[in-house]
Design a protein around this ligand. Structure first.
Ligand SMILES: [Zn+2]
Length: 347
């Protein structure tokens, strides 16, 4: 065997598959060894996409490969660049192939970000490589492309925290959050907007979400909604649903119990099973019981986040996706302790 590391996978994969893999990888050019994909491995090893994904996941676990992401042109599928993380998209990106600029919003993370693998050997990556089969695969309507981020997520190649990027300008964010705590705004609208905008921006730091604070409905009795559209399916995202509401309360006083029932009603009308309540002051203890009841009776999960928790998260450069996930689990299981403090979850 050329790559003897593969022998450590003997227990999980057949000898035949490992031989084919060794033969395939050793025959690749140095560049091709850095751009391995789920679809091509499946073709060469004559296995399913799921088996290919599982095999590549195992290759990562034994430190034979590592994974990375590429940004593809939304029009032609050409690889624009290698991404350091799935959130590493600039406000304007340029496709050499189409000779066209694209705004960040034009990229659909589930479709236009793909996962690649490289055998661990060191050499720089050449940008602007052609993505041979991506365009063809995009045309196969409805099917989840095996190299897409969606497929990678569904088959365990991504951790939930990878959907969030810790802001580079963390101190600016902390300053914004602290200003909401202390600044006296000239109008209550301005004050309310500051918390809404901070919350919206936090959700937009997550590749999987697209948040807006411009969303209102006629039935909407309370202000400050952020609607979040989902791009992904599978695991946690299946539980939170395709979109959800975020309610922000900027009051100086402790939030009232009725806010939760109002949010739950609005969620019920929209058929949403997940909601987020963000408040300047921490939620009172009664909220835990109300959230529990709402979950038992209506199967809705409402999580509460206070401004001081946001500040703490930013200060510690913690992960917002992990925080959402942890709070979700806490409500679902009626946890009476913080699962991060118990060392069970992150965030
Ligand atoms: Zn293009």
């Amino acid at each position: 065997m050329f790559y003897s590391q593969l022998l450590t996978l003997e227990r999980s994969f057949s000898e035949e598959l490992l031989d084919k893999a060794d033969c395939y990888f050793s025959g690749l050019s140095a560049d091709a060894r850095k751009t391995i994909s789920i679809s091509r491995v499946a073709t060469h090893l004559q296995c399913s996409y799921i088996e290919s994904a599982n095999f590549l996941k195992a290759c990562i676990e034994i430190n034979f490969m590592h994974k990375y992401f590429v940004l593809c042109c939304p029009e032609c599928g050409h690889i624009i660049k290698r991404l350091e993380s799935i959130n590493d998209i600039k406000s304007i990106e340029y496709c050499l192939c189409c000779e066209k600029e694209f705004e960040k919003d034009e990229f659909d993370s589930a479709q236009d970000i793909e996962i690649r693998f490289e055998i661990i050997e060191d050499a720089p990556f050449e940008d602007g490589q052609h993505c041979i089969d991506s365009k063809k695969m995009k045309e196969s309507a409805g099917a989840v492309r095996p190299d897409s981020l969606q497929f990678a997520w569904k088959h365990g190649l991504l951790e939930i925290g990878e959907f969030y990027s810790v802001p580079d300008d963390g101190s600016d964010w902390i300053a914004r959050a602290e200003a909401i705590m202390t600044t006296r705004y000239t109008s209550s609208t301005e004050q309310g907007n500051a918390l809404e905008n901070l919350t919206r921006d936090l959700f937009n730091q997550c590749t999987c979400f697209k948040a807006t604070s411009e969303f209102t409905t006629k039935l909407n009795q309370i202000d400050g909604f952020v609607i979040v559209k989902r791009y992904f399916q599978g695991n946690f995202f299946d539980e939170i649903g395709s979109s959800f509401y975020v309610e922000c309360k900027n009051e100086k006083s402790t939030p009232k119990n009725t806010y939760l029932s109002k949010l739950s009603d609005i969620m019920g009308r929209a058929g949403c099973s997940f909601g987020v309540f963000v408040s300047k002051k921490p939620a009172p203890k009664t909220f835990r019981d109300i959230c529990r009841d709402v979950y038992l009776v209506r199967k809705q999960v409402i999580i509460c986040i206070s401004l001081s928790e946001i500040i703490e998260m930013l200060e510690n450069q913690e992960n917002f996706m992990d925080l959402l996930h942890r709070k979700y689990i806490e409500v679902q299981h009626n946890a009476n302790k913080n699962l991060k403090e118990l060392g069970i979850m992150q965030g």
